[in-house]
Design a protein around this ligand. Structure first.
Ligand SMILES: NC(=O)c1ccc[n+]([C@@H]2O[C@H](COP(=O)([O-])OP(=O)(O)OC[C@H]3O[C@@H](n4cnc5c(N)ncnc54)[C@H](O)[C@@H]3O)[C@@H](O)[C@H]2O)c1
Length: 339
């Protein structure tokens, strides 16, 4: 009895197209659609947290286990195992480090271990991109990104694919040097777009058609009075936007409501826990809109609040695409699992 599995490191994943945002947007849409069709297994996230409170996670860190199974053309099970070291930047290391294990759906044996760090950043950007495509104004031209980190960069990349109408991007970060660096890098990459680092997000959000929050904030940094008519407010991490932002929204849209409630860190999840938000207050999951069961944006006036928690099946979809290509092209290192 022998069994081999494939190890894919970051360089292998690059060769296999992990940075292809359009392909990732496709994978993410498929994952959301398969979710609505009941062709996935999404057990809750298991959070191993240092410290004692949810707020401690953004100081002392965590490692999350996110198992899943995605059917359809992917037909793969597995797990995303993601470490988050909020203080890693002091050591010049990325906050997130991700390992993805793919398991065959029939035998359940592991077939691949991959570096999923880029997968995770790209799929989160793609998830935001799908939300922007369905929920922002078609003529959106001004955007604010709060959180000039790894996810902020992929949110921008996806935004400029789905809304090429964006011409001005404000960047806010608690560390001004990070906003400056983000703006400088982005100007070189997207010369047709104006990038403006800001020391305070208020005026930027007031002007924005799309505001994306991807920070480690534990207290709201965006407030309801700032929200422009017709804007999309994206709460991609924890308690980053005030409860009044959710109260002010015409629609609340999410990626996966059960997982959001279980994770209990975002603004809308806290409000659900406190009893203010009920299941029926959630207008839709993205997959329901993609399947045509629910509508997305209906006019240029409504304010829409979006919250994404992220599920492991998104990472499994992207990693499976790369793994299949690796088998075709003979990329990666074969490991003898059983000799
Ligand atoms: N929804 C999802 O699917 C999903 C997926 C991945 C990451 N995330 C979340 O996105 C967030 C950002 O992740 P990342 O990988 O980009 O991390 P990162 O460390 O690379 O970037 C985070 C940035 O936020 C800034 N920041 C921290 N606190 C802030 C505050 N109070 N106000 C403004 N800026 C602040 C930091 O200075 C940093 O530049 C994390 O909270 C992470 O958990 C969500």
């Amino acid at each position: 009895m022998t069994h081999e599995l494939l190890f894919l490191n970051n360089k292998d994943m690059e060769k296999l197209g992990v940075n292809d945002m359009k392909a990732t947007i496709h994978d993410v849409k498929r994952a959301y659609i398969l979710t609505e069709q009941g062709d996935v297994l999404v057990p809750g996230k298991c959070v191993m947290r240092w410290g004692t409170t949810p707020e401690d996670e953004n100081v002392y860190g965590r490692i999350n286990a996110m198992p899943g199974m995605i059917g359809g053309e992917y037909n793969m099970a597995g797990i995303k195992w993601i470490g988050s070291g909020p203080m890693n930047y002091k050591k010049g290391l990325p906050r997130a480090s991700v390992t993805v294990i793919l398991n065959d759906c029939d035998t359940k044996l592991p077939v691949c271990i991959a570096d999923g760090t880029a997968v995770s950043a790209k799929r989160t950007g793609a998830s935001g991109g799908v939300a922007m495509e369905l929920l922002s104004r078609k003529d959106a031209s001004v955007m604010t990104i709060c959180g000039a980190g790894a996810q902020g960069r992929t949110q921008l990349e996806a935004a400029l694919i789905v809304r090429p109408t964006i011409k001005t991007v404000y960047v806010y970060d608690i560390r001004p040097e990070s906003s400056e660096k983000f703006a400088e890098e982005s100007r070189a990459k997207y010369p047709d777009v104006k990038f403006v680092p800001v020391a305070d997000p208020e005026q930027a959000v007031r002007e924005s058609d799309i505001t994306v929050c991807v920070t480690l904030a534990n207290e709201p940094i965006v407030h309801s009075e700032w929200l422009k008519k017709g804007c999309l407010l994206m709460n991609m991490a924890d308690y980053e936007v005030s409860k009044n932002c959710v109260r002010k929204a015409s629609k609340i849209v999410v990626d996966n409501w059960e997982t959001i409630k279980h994770r209990l860190v975002s603004t809308v999840a806290i409000m659900a826990h406190e009893g203010e938000i009920k299941d029926e207050d959630i207008h839709a999951q993205l997959g329901e809109i993609l399947c045509g069961k629910k509508c997305g944006r209906e006019n240029d006036e409504e304010i829409i609040y979006f919250n994404a928690v992220g599920t492991g099946i998104l990472d499994l979809a992207v990693t499976t695409r790369c793994y299949k290509k690796a088998l075709e092209e003979g990329i990666g290192t074969k490991l003898k699992y059983w000799e």
